[in-house]
Design a binder for this molecule. Structure first.
Ligand code: PMP
Length: 363
């Protein structure tokens, strides 16, 4: 069979040439006699609650119909949960989509988006897709945001600044006072996004209360997701808490019917089951503390993680650590020569991480 010829006359945008690839976590590869664990995507190891699964099954019976375009019931449930008005909520198929809607709403080619680096790898992609420019500000020696340097990096062309807290992949949070100082320094025309994909796992008392910050600041928006604490990564639903004009802009740039009817129903059911899901989050936070303590006792000096993962800033040793994890049946996420990120997951997976770290030798 002949292959159709490449459509070389078709004019793709040049922005695509420079696009970094989004690397998804690889699936676990099982060896005989060894259970493998996928600890590369910060997913929730718990399967959906029975009640949530029943709602998903029921919603599946209606997928011949389009979902509610306005996402009315889920928006109302999120608004009640967060303590804001429904007009302040904009949803999308994953918070990464909401971020893309935001960049589309705000950035023309040549505009700048400031964020820390390393941080969530989707940031450079959504920025480049809009034809905008990324201004990446390196993390400090403790793998934390340098908010003063980020404020200093803002120019006339800056439209958006993203603060990822806890930061993916390092797990570090920004603190209330430094965030307030940053917000005081940033001009009012710059929208500051607080990406809180992992907020439910935060135990740090100095972490900001993002919704209160949002209430006081017209140029702040908060991004959250059902993918992590709520265990709905496969259904793709996230949201922004935004002031009305911004929320409207996010709705107007969103893919129509982007949040499926199954995802809407599952989101509502998960908010209704919040207490039960919270117990799972608490169990994961306790596991994170157990792993952190064990690694510390081994002599590791790692950043304190407030998320559902641990960051090993191993530099050139990252590949060796990745291989050691793989050998032990742990599929982890390596970021070049920066480090390796490992999700806190099943107790058995966490035990295995502790063993691998011990054998590898603390750094
Ligand atoms: N923000 C951060 C910091 C993340 O780590 C992730 C998921 N990896 C997201 C946003 C996007 O999550 P989702 O699109 O699944 O809501």
């Amino acid at each position: 069979m002949s292959t159709p010829s490449e459509p070389e006359q078709v004019r793709l945008r040049a922005a695509l040439d420079a696009l970094p690839a989004y690397v998804p976590g690889r699936p676990a590869v099982t060896k005989p006699g060894q259970t493998a664990y996928k600890v590369s995507s910060n997913e929730n190891p718990y399967p959906p609650l029975e009640r949530v699964r029943a709602v998903i099954a029921e919603a599946a019976g209606n997928v011949n119909r389009y979902p509610d375009l306005a996402v009315t019931a889920l928006t109302a449930a999120i608004a009640a949960h967060v303590g804001v008005e429904p007009a302040h909520i904009a949803t999308g198929n994953g918070s990464v989509a909401v971020l893309a809607h935001l960049i589309t709403a705000m950035c023309d080619p040549g505009d700048e988006v400031v964020y820390a680096w390393r941080s969530f790898e989707a940031y450079p992609i959504v920025v480049a897709l809009a034809g905008a420019s990324s201004v990446q500000v390196g993390l400090d020696a403790d793998d934390r945001h340098r908010l003063d340097a980020m404020a200093a990096a803002v120019t006339e062309r800056t439209k958006v600044a993203i603060v990822c807290s806890p930061n993916n992949p390092t797990g570090t949070t920004v603190h209330r006072r430094e965030l307030e100082r940053f917000l005081d320094a940033v001009p009012a025309h710059v929208l500051v996004v607080l990406d809180e994909a992992y907020v439910e796992f935060v135990a740090d008392v100095d972490a900001p209360e993002a919704i209160s910050v949002w209430r006081e600041r017209p140029n702040v928006m908060v991004l959250r997701t059902f993918s992590k604490a709520y265990g709905l990564a496969g259904l793709r639903v996230g949201y922004a808490v935004a002031h009305e004009r911004m929320a409207r802009a996010l709705r107007s740039t969103a893919t129509p019917f982007g949040v499926s009817s199954v995802a809407q129903a599952a989101g509502i059911a998960s908010l209704a089951a919040f207490d039960e899901l919270q117990e799972r989050v608490e169990a994961l936070v306790a596991e994170r503390a157990r792993v952190a303590m064990a690694l510390e006792e081994q002599g590791w000096k790692l950043p304190v993680s407030q998320a559902n993962f641990v960051w090993f800033p191993l530099g050139v040793d990252s590949s060796d650590f990745n291989r050691a994890c793989q050998e032990a049946g742990l599929v982890v996420r390596q970021y070049g020569d920066d480090g390796v990120r490992v999700t806190i997951a099943e107790v058995e997976a966490n035990d295995r991480l502790i063993e691998v770290a011990q054998a590898f030798g603390p750094r």
